[in-house]
Design a protein around this ligand. Structure first.
Ligand code: ADP
Ligand code: MG
Length: 450
């Protein structure tokens, strides 16, 4: 069995839906996971934020979400000879019902003057709840036996809203029960990104988490492959939006792909590789506009020719430097600093240390302010914002030294803040001021890949 995941860019309009259905037809009974239609999740979250101060403004956004889905359905059904008025009505009712749910949440946010993580997840999930049901119903008008599956029935998580952890045993059980129950020709269509906790609250797996849903289902059903279908032909040597002559990489190891995703390659959610790699299921990243292109295959196989395979970058980072006070024992210092970051759930990106200080590059998260206050008990704390990280991945051991020399020779070194290099893992991370970061990415890419 193949798991096919189609992202927001693939779900944008009726024409794209037809393209996606054509791809689904190439497979024998796949399991389909879809994201919300392009930009809908952002809109929903914007409406929730707006509702704190301006309910009318929030309702305007909600009616845009309504209109967008209504016209998508009308466009789709107008071109479909087998569409019945019954299906059209079901779709219209579904949209109205979910816009009602949304407006109730918006009113609640306004009245209570609070946007809790729980409500935020419930609002954000509406995008996938709309797209998955509507797509399954529309798919059925084209002769495919697509059947909508509510992700709350399969994806069980803990209650860490906005970034919930999946409960794998439960998911495995439910996924198998579902497949036993489905008819042999039925194609399940499930919304990605959301699930439900054990108290019945809707949760989400983190922004852009549909890739992760696909991987969890793939692992549960021991799929042959997990295919991530998007608008580019795989994982490229760098973001093709910034570097137009970046090239797709045919093969990456799970570790290399995870590293790239974690350090900013938006094409894959960083958690996606874990269930796949643990269950030895390859991930294939493919292009809906060019389905015959091979794309990128991610598996345990690592093909190394010595050179860097890809690079990525992320902005919106900060560097915190803590200098130990005289009273703190050396052996307590680092443990204490990292413990605070653990309690604030702040993942560390790059670290360098001296005898009495540590510098940590980290995403510029809301929780950073609180962490800094607590870090002061270990010494003085300095914060530098406007930082970004460039990461180079997949270099073999003997080439990393010359790589460091070449890379630093190609960028403005005065803006570099921290550097970390691992010969063993074959990667290089450079933390620098964001002012120069895209120019530096361009010149490093040109040096390595042209
Ligand atoms: P989807 O809606 O299908 O989930 P995303 O927008 O999440 O799509 O991911 C696809 C986009 O990721 C591409 O259009 C591309 O601009 C961006 N991207 C960033 N880095 C890379 C990379 N290294 N390789 C390919 N695409 C990348
Ligand atoms: Mg994505």
């Amino acid at each position: 069995m193949h798991i096919l995941k189609f992202g927001g860019t693939s779900m944008g309009d009726a024409e794209s839906w037809q393209r996606v259905l054509k791809i689904i037809r190439r497979y024998n009974r796949p399991f389909v996971i879809v994201s919300a239609t392009a930009r809908t999740t952002r809109k929903l979250l914007a409406a929730a934020e707006k509702a704190l101060t301006d309910l009318e403004g929030a309702r305007k956004i909600s009616s845009q979400v309504h209109d967008r889905h209504s016209s998508l359905i009308t466009n789709f059904i107008n071109h479909q000879v087998n569409a019945t008025p019954k299906i059209e009505k079901e779709c219209t009712d579904w949209i109205n019902q979910h816009i009602n749910i949304l407006e109730n949440y918006l009113a609640q946010i306004y009245e209570q003057q609070e946007l809790s993580p729980r409500i935020k997840d419930a609002v954000a999930s509406i995008g996938e709840r709309l797209s998955s049901y509507l797509f399954a119903r529309c798919g059925a008008t084209t002769g495919l036996s697509t059947r909508w599956i509510n992700a709350t029935e399969i994806i069980r998580t803990n209650s860490d809203f906005e970034k919930a952890s999946p409960q794998v045993d439960y998911i495995n059980e439910q996924a198998h029960a579902l497949m036993d129950e489905l008819g042999s020709d039925q194609i399940p269509v499930m919304g990605g990104y959301y699930g439900q906790d054990f108290d019945g609250n809707i949760t989400t797996l983190g922004f852009e988490g549909s890739d992760y849903s696909a991987s969890l289902i793939g692992a549960a059903l021991s799929a042959e492959a997990i295919e991530i279908w998007t608008d580019v032909s795989g994982i490229y040597t760098c973001d093709p939006r910034l570097i137009p002559n970046a090239r797709p990489i045919p093969q990456l190891s799970f570790q290399e792909a995870t590293e790239l995703a974690y350090f900013g390659a938006k094409v894959l959610h960083p958690s996606t590789t874990k269930p796949a790699s643990q269950n030895n299921i390859p991930i294939q990243v493919k292009n809906i506009f060019d389905p015959d292109e091979p794309g990128t295959r991610i598996s345990h196989k690592s093909v190394a020719d010595g050179r860097v395979k890809a690079m990525t970058f992320k902005e919106n980072c900060a560097v915190i430097t803590v200098t130990s006070s005289q009273t703190v024992m050396g052996y307590e210092f680092l443990a204490g600093v990292f413990d605070i970051l653990r309690w604030q759930r702040l993942p560390v990106d790059v670290v360098t240390t001296t005898e009495a200080s540590v510098s940590i590059a980290i995403e510029n998260d809301k929780a950073l302010g609180e962490a800094i206050e607590q870090l002061k008990k270990y010494g003085s704390v300095d914060l530098q914002t406007d930082q970004g990280i460039i990461s180079l991945v997949g270099c073999t051991e003997n080439k990393t030294k010359s790589l460091l020399r070449d890379v630093l020779g190609n960028i403005s070194v005065s803006t570099v803040n921290l550097v970390s290099i691992s010969q063993k893992k074959g990667n290089l991370n450079i933390v620098m001021n964001t002012m120069n970061i895209t120019d530096s990415v361009k010149s490093i890419h040109k040096m390595i890949f042209s």
